[in-house]
Design a protein around this ligand. Structure first.
Ligand SMILES: Cc1cc2nc3c(=O)[nH]c(=O)nc-3n(C[C@H](O)[C@H](O)[C@H](O)COP(=O)(O)OP(=O)(O)OC[C@H]3O[C@@H](n4cnc5c(N)ncnc54)[C@H](O)[C@@H]3O)c2cc1C
Length: 311
C-alpha cells in the first residue's frame, strides 16, 4: 500500500518524469507495456492482435496537457491514427481510447469547450472510419466533467464508450444511470488513481465488492458491459453473471492491458469471448507506466531487474 501510494505520487512528479524518461534504462519495461512511439507501431500491434482473434482499443499516450497546442497535437494524432486504421482495414476490430485531459479538459475555464471540440472531431473521424471511441476516466476531480462531456457527445455519437471506476463511492450511482441507457458502452475498471478516504474505497476488498455490485447492475441491463480487469476472481464472476443474465459472448466483452496476462487474453478469445486489449503508444509513457507499477509490484520488480541488467 505504501509502495502504491509512493508510486502514484511519483506519477504526477514533473522532475522525476524528466529524469526517468531521459534514461535508456527503462526501455525494456516500456517495450513490454507500450506498443511503440508511432501510430504505425500501434496499428501493427492491432493487426497482430486481430490475427490472434483479439480486439483492441488504442490510446495515444499523453495526459494533463498544459497548453491548448498540445491538445491540438494529440487530437491530430488520433485523426492520423484513425486514417491508418481505416487504410489497414482494421476498424472492425480496433477502436480508440481517449483521456479527456489529453484533449485539454484540465485547462481551466476553456478546458471543457476545448475537450468537447476535440472529442467531437475524434468521434466524427471514428464514425467515418467505421469504429468507436471510449473515454478513459482519470483522477477523481475530472470524473464529473468527464461524465458531462460523455453525455454531451453521446447525443450525436450514442456508441461513445465511458469508463467507470469501482474505487469511487459515487460509481454505483453513475453505473445505474448508464445502465438505464440501452446500448450504453461502459468499461468498468477498479481505478488506477489514488483514493481519497471520504469519496473512495481504500481497501482492496471494498473496491472488489463495489466492482461486483456495479458489474451485476450492468449485466442485468440493456447496456453493453466492458469488463476491464486482469483479476481472475472478477473474470470468473463476470462469466457467471453474464450467463445468469442470459448474455451470449457477443453481449459483453473482457478487456485487458497490452502486455498483461496475454495467455489469459488468448484463452478467453479461444472460448469464443470478445476480448479487447488496450494498446498505448507514443513517447509520453511515464504516467501510464508508473500507474502499472503501482497496481502490481511484480511490474515494479520487472522494471528494477531491467535497470540492474543494463546498469
Ligand atoms: C482495458 C483497461 C482500461 C482501463 N482504463 C482505465 C481508466 O480509464 N481509468 C482508470 O483509472 N483505470 C483504468 N484501467 C486500470 C484499472 O483501473 C486497474 O488499475 C488495473 O486494471 C489493475 O486492476 P485489476 O482489475 O487488473 O486487478 P488488480 O487488483 O491490480 O489485481 C488483482 C489480481 O489480478 C491478477 N493480475 C493483475 N494484473 C496482472 C498481470 N499484469 N499479470 C498477471 N496477473 C495479474 C493478480 O492475480 C492480482 O492479484 C484500465 C484497465 C484496463 C484493463
Amino acid at each position: 500500500m505504501v509502495l502504491r501510494r509512493t508510486l502514484l505520487a511519483a506519477s504526477g512528479s514533473g522532475r522525476l518524469r524528466a529524469f526517468v524518461s531521459g534514461t535508456r534504462l527503462t526501455r525494456g519495461v516500456v517495450d513490454r507495456f507500450v506498443a511503440g512511439e508511432r501510430a504505425e507501431d500501434a496499428v501493427r500491434a492491432a493487426g497482430e492482435l486481430a490475427e490472434q482473434g483479439l480486439l483492441s482499443s488504442i490510446d495515444h499516450l499523453g495526459e494533463d496537457v498544459e497548453h491548448p497546442s498540445a491538445a491540438e497535437d494529440i487530437t491530430k494524432g488520433y485523426l492520423h491514427l484513425l486514417r491508418l486504421l481505416a487504410e489497414a482495414e482494421l476498424t472492425s476490430s480496433a477502436e480508440v481510447s481517449v483521456k479527456p485531459t489529453a484533449l485539454g479538459l484540465g485547462l481551466g475555464g476553456e478546458g471543457m469547450q476545448l475537450a468537447t471540440d476535440h472529442l467531437s472531431r475524434i468521434c466524427a473521424a471514428a464514425a467515418e472510419a467505421g469504429t468507436t471511441v471510449t473515454v478513459d476516466m482519470e483522477a477523481e476531480r475530472y470524473v464529473a466533467p468527464t461524465l458531462r462531456l460523455v453525455a454531451a457527445l453521446r447525443a450525436d455519437y450514442p456508441w461513445l464508450g465511458c469508463v467507470l471506476q469501482s474505487y469511487l463511492r459515487r460509481t454505483e450511482g453513475d453505473t445505474a444511470a448508464m445502465a438505464a441507457e440501452p446500448g450504453s458502452r461502459v468499461r468498468l475498471c477498479k481505478g488506477a488513481y489514488a483514493p481519497d478516504r471520504a469519496t473512495g474505497y481504500t481497501e482492496r476488498r471494498d473496491v472488489d465488492a463495489a466492482y461486483v455490485r456495479s458489474l451485476r447492475r450492468l449485466m442485468d441491463s440493456e447496456a453493453y458491459p466492458m469488463v476491464a480487469t486482469h483479476d481472475p476472481r472478477l473474470i470468473d464472476i463476470a462469466t457467471t453473471l453474464a450467463r445468469r443474465y442470459g448474455r451470449t459472448y457477443d453481449g459483453f466483452e473482457y478487456q485487458m492491458l497490452y502486455g498483461a496476462r496475454p495467455d489469459e487474453q488468448r484463452r478467453l478469445a479461444e472460448l469464443g469471448a470478445r476480448v479487447r486489449v488496450y494498446v498505448p503508444y507514443g513517447g509520453d509513457w511515464y504516467g501510464y507506466l508508473v500507474r502499472r507499477m503501482a497496481e502490481r509490484p511484480a511490474n515494479a520488480a520487472f522494471a528494477a531487474r531491467a535497470v540492474v541488467r543494463r546498469g
